[in-house]
Design a protein around this ligand. Structure first.
Ligand code: IMP
Length: 431
């Protein structure tokens, strides 16, 4: 049966190229929804000679017929949101009333950023390597039931009261524990009050909005941020982000039933990268790792940090396909492998065979040693190829081997940063 909706998720440690794919598939959707994370994401979209890096706005924003929605699972920085809206509008994109934000979104406030940075600073070498945007502390406040939600801005008196209590607590920690300057209560409150009218003008009851859209026959695209190995529960804890990044979060993070999610498209690079600290079994420290970083321009879109690079890890990916119920794969950055003599795929781990894929994200994960299968590389060019049959034979063999090991079909292959540089084997909304 044809599925109406589509969930696009990253299957590694983020930066798989989701922005480009969401932007491309938005042509077939009328609603694009973010369901977790915040402005820690960095989705680079290149159209013609214009590059746009989106952090918080759904990547569908560049298509003017599309309604963009930020679901309750997202932590929302008012400053980052308004700045990004200004930047995108300055590029000629009209947002108008195309952006709707859940009243249940938790707000990221200045003390969350201060806490994130103070904590990372105090940890020294043991730091997580967060983006320093306040994501973790905002999710902590949500679970501690002391966060401020967008809908509460309707009653600023109540917010003022709670903010005083919450800031007393956080300022105590900032000053007493981290020896950092405190934040000024009045300044934070005034900042919120000043931004409240514009934020409230975008507020919506997202669960009802999405139900109505589905009744009207709309196709909805759920846009994941980060990747499954950064999932707070299933990732490489504690070196993870603070949200559930796996596909199931698209239901909880927007307020629709899991049965309505539709096709799950897992985006994966043809190799692996990671930013920040934490285990990475297939990481390369040699000239091939350097080649992947240089040719793949592997620098974080949010922080500019160099990404760590390594071979494709099929053990972790098999686990991730199961965690997400992946229906199809999109393999990105195939062209970065052009010119390599041989290519390796991790197909097992040594030293923890009894754990199989369950080792991924466990305490033993930092000790595993990958067992590689080696395949011949290709010297032809895959860059910009749009027809599968025109790929070099060894490139096709590599793709087919990945699909075979993972037990998942390949729906799409990305061969360059432009929308057009894509091989589409199956159009998720229409085939
Ligand atoms: P946080 O999400 O800022 O708390 O950072 C936690 C971890 O997730 C760090 O290792 C970050 O580098 C990583 N991270 C967060 N967002 C992204 C992303 O969009 N791409 C890749 N890594 C990310």
């Amino acid at each position: 049966m044809k599925k109406k909706n589509l969930v696009v998720i990253g299957t590694q440690w983020g930066d798989e190229g989701k922005g480009k794919i969401v932007d491309l598939l938005t042509e077939y959707a009328s609603v694009v929804v973010r369901f977790q994370g915040g402005h820690n994401a960095g989705h680079t979209v290149i159209v013609g000679d214009k590059q746009t890096v989106l952090h918080l706005l759904p990547s569908g924003i560049l298509h003017d017929q599309v309604l963009c929605v930020i679901g309750n699972g997202v932590v929302l920085s008012p400053d980052a949101l308004l700045k990004e809206i200004d930047e995108v509008e300055a590029q000629g994109v009209s947002i108008g009333d195309r952006l709707k934000i859940s009243s249940a979104c938790q707000l990221i406030l200045p003390y969350h950023v201060a806490l994130d940075q103070a904590r990372e600073g105090a940890k020294g070498d043991a730091k997580i390597g967060t983006t320093g945007r306040g994501i973790g502390p905002a999710y902590e406040d949500k679970v501690a039931r002391r966060g401020v939600r967008l809908g509460e801005l309707l009653n600023l008196d109540t917010v003022a009261e709670r903010l005083r209590e919450v800031m007393d607590y956080h300022n105590f920690v900032l000053q007493g524990y981290f020896h950092q300057p405190v934040l000024d209560y009045q300044q934070v409150l005034d900042g919120l009050a000043q931004r409240a009218p514009v934020l409230l003008s975008m507020m919506a009851d997202v669960p009802s909005l999405l139900q109505q859209k589905m009744k009207d026959g709309a196709s909805i695209l759920f846009e994941g941020a980060q990747g499954s190995l950064l999932d707070i529960d299933h990732g490489t804890y504690p070196f993870v982000t603070s949200s559930n990044t796996a596909a199931g979060a698209a239901a909880i993070g927007t307020g629709i039933g899991p049965g309505d999610l539709g096709h799950i498209l897992g985006i994966t690079k043809a190799y692996t990268t990671r930013v920040g600290s934490g285990p990475f079994p297939t990481e390369l420290f040699d000239e091939i790792g350097e080649h992947l970083g240089r040719v793949g321009a592997e620098f974080g879109a949010t922080t500019g940090r160099a990404r760590r690079c390594g071979w494709f890890d099929a053990v972790a990916m098999r686990r991730v396909c199961d965690l997400n119920g992946v229906d199809g794969l999109c393999i990105t950055k195939l062209d970065v492998l052009d010119g390599l003599d041989s290519i390796k795929i991790a197909v097992a781990y040594k030293g923890c065979e009894e754990l199989g894929g369950a080792v991924v994200g466990s305490d033993q994960y930092s000790q595993v040693e990958p067992v590689y299968e080696e395949m011949p590389g290709w010297h032809g060019n895959t860059s910009g190829v749009t027809d599968y049959d025109l790929l070099p034979a060894n490139a096709r063999a590599y793709i087919e081997r990945l699909s075979e090991i993972l037990g998942a079909p390949v729906d799409m292959i990305s061969t360059g940063p432009e929308r057009t540089e894509t091989i589409i084997l199956k159009k998720p909304f229409t085939d």
